[in-house]
Design a protein around this ligand. Structure first.
Ligand code: GLY
Length: 429
């Protein structure tokens, strides 16, 4: 088969790495890819948003399956366009991807079907949003831009002044452009966050390993929000919580999307919070998580192309996900200054061979004058899987010591909350 992966970050490098292991694959391409991907696939200089360019390329190279990494091309209708042209593609249609690309639509949909979620209000006018402020008695509240804002559209608002400022910036000054045409004001929930991933053909569901992302910049979940500083997989959950998530959140969502006429085909990512009153939906995404996918990929035993084809061809009933009994950690190495202004062009040095069990997925890197240099905020993902989380953590941090670039920064506590959670469980027993 000829396969094309759309995207060029750490998640797409992990996808290409896994797809490259499939015996079904003959030629593997990535658009635009990155220097890590270029070692195992042919990178083509087409942007993920250039949908006509991607259709042309897929026809020219007789691509049998296209796999889409990021949300933006999905929200622009890449799947609809490929389908129109008779090309196979893994991912949801534009209508189904609204579950991520329009947070006001997602909240109303979940409320309509009583799927556990925070309380919310939707505003497209600053006057209405400010009128609502008068009724808020407890802070923080969460204000979200309804559209895709590249990870910059979620604000934890601690007081009235902050609320007024955010409303002004988003709804009056339009600092987030189209993404901020509407806002969703949500109840702030507390609890552990986790990411649940399922493959679905619109009706049938296969569960992939779960994960926990670490969105804040600093250890102990402090500092500004980022695109994700690391993840571990699986996220330890009791049977009770797992069953609740399956029966009360995931299955109803997929069945109701089908009933509403926009069936979801692809990977559905449920961003959940386990509150004292049970799991609730913080957000749904219409693609794999980044960096969660990098953490979970070594746990998936299957030929991933078989799973993707099962979704595309509606054959999931014949498949089972085989998950290795391992624990995996992904630590993201970022540029100094990330998630704000950061410097690029720093030479990346890898001293000595990495352990054979280590996976190194590129995100923001490029080749300049024959050298590998930094080219983004999130630069590299270092992944290690082992029999237990403690060993995975020890090994991943040992391996990171071999990697250097000026200003390199990373969290030192990825996996710690999972280890604590399991220790507590052992004590309770
Ligand atoms: N891990 C956060 C995201 O992929 O959106």
């Amino acid at each position: 088969m000829n396969v094309l992966v759309v995207g060029g970050g750490g998640r797409e490098h992990a996808l290409v790495w896994k797809i490259n292991k499939s015996r079904k694959v003959k030629n593997l391409y990535a658009a635009p890819g990155n220097p890590g991907i270029a070692k195992i696939a042919t990178c083509v200089n087409i942007l993920p948003t250039d949908i006509n360019g991607l259709v042309r390329f897929a026809k020219e190279k007789n691509i049998d399956l296209t796999v889409v990494g990021p949300e933006l091309p999905l929200s622009l209708g890449i799947v609809d366009e490929f389908n129109k042209n008779g090309l196979k593609i893994f991912g949801p249609t534009r209508a189904a991807s609204r579950i991520e690309s329009d947070k006001s639509f997602a909240r109303e949909f979940l409320a309509q079907y009583d799927i556990p979620s925070p309380k919310f209000q939707i505003y497209d006018s600053a006057a209405q949003a400010l009128k609502y402020l008068k009724t808020i008695n407890t802070f923080p509240v969460v204000v979200k831009a309804a559209g895709l804002a590249g990870g910059k559209g979620v604000f934890i608002v601690n007081n009235k002044n902050e609320y007024e400022r955010i409303v002004d910036e988003v709804l009056v000054q339009h600092k987030l452009g189209e993404a901020g045409k509407k806002i969703v004001v949500e109840e702030f929930l507390t609890g552990q966050e986790c990411s649940v991933f399922v493959l679905t053909d619109g009706l049938r569901i296969l569960y992939l390993p779960s994960a926990q992302d670490h969105k804040r910049l600093y250890d102990g979940n402090r500092g500004p929000n980022t695109g994700g500083m690391g993840a571990y997989s699986p996220y330890p959950m009791s049977k009770l919580v797992t069953d609740f998530i399956k029966e009360v959140i995931v299955q109803p969502t997929i069945l109701c999307m089908h009933e509403k006429g926009f069936p979801f085909k692809g990977v559905l990512y449920a961003g959940l919070i386990i509150t004292p009153s049970g799991p609730k939906v913080l957000e749904f995404n219409c693609r794999f998580g980044d960096p969660e996918f990098q953490a979970m990929v070594p746990l998936i035993e299957n030929d991933i192309i078989e799973l993707f084809l099962g979704v595309v061809d509606n054959n999931l009933q014949d498949l089972q996900v085989k998950i290795k009994n391992l624990w995996s950690i992904c630590v993201v190495l970022v540029s100094a200054g990330y998630p704000f202004d950061y410097k690029i062009g720093e030479e990346i040095q890898i001293k000595g061979p990495l352990d054979t069990g280590t996976l190194l997925f590129h995100a923001g890197t490029k080749i300049e004058d024959g050298k590998l240099v930094t080219a983004g905020g999130r630069v590299l993902n270092v992944v290690y899987a082992a029999d237990n989380l403690r060993v995975a953590k020890q090994k991943v941090y040992e391996e990171i010591k071999k990697i250097h670039f000026n200003g390199m920064f990373y969290r030192k506590d990825i996996g710690s909350s999972g280890m604590k959670k399991m220790k507590r469980k052992r004590k309770v027993r």
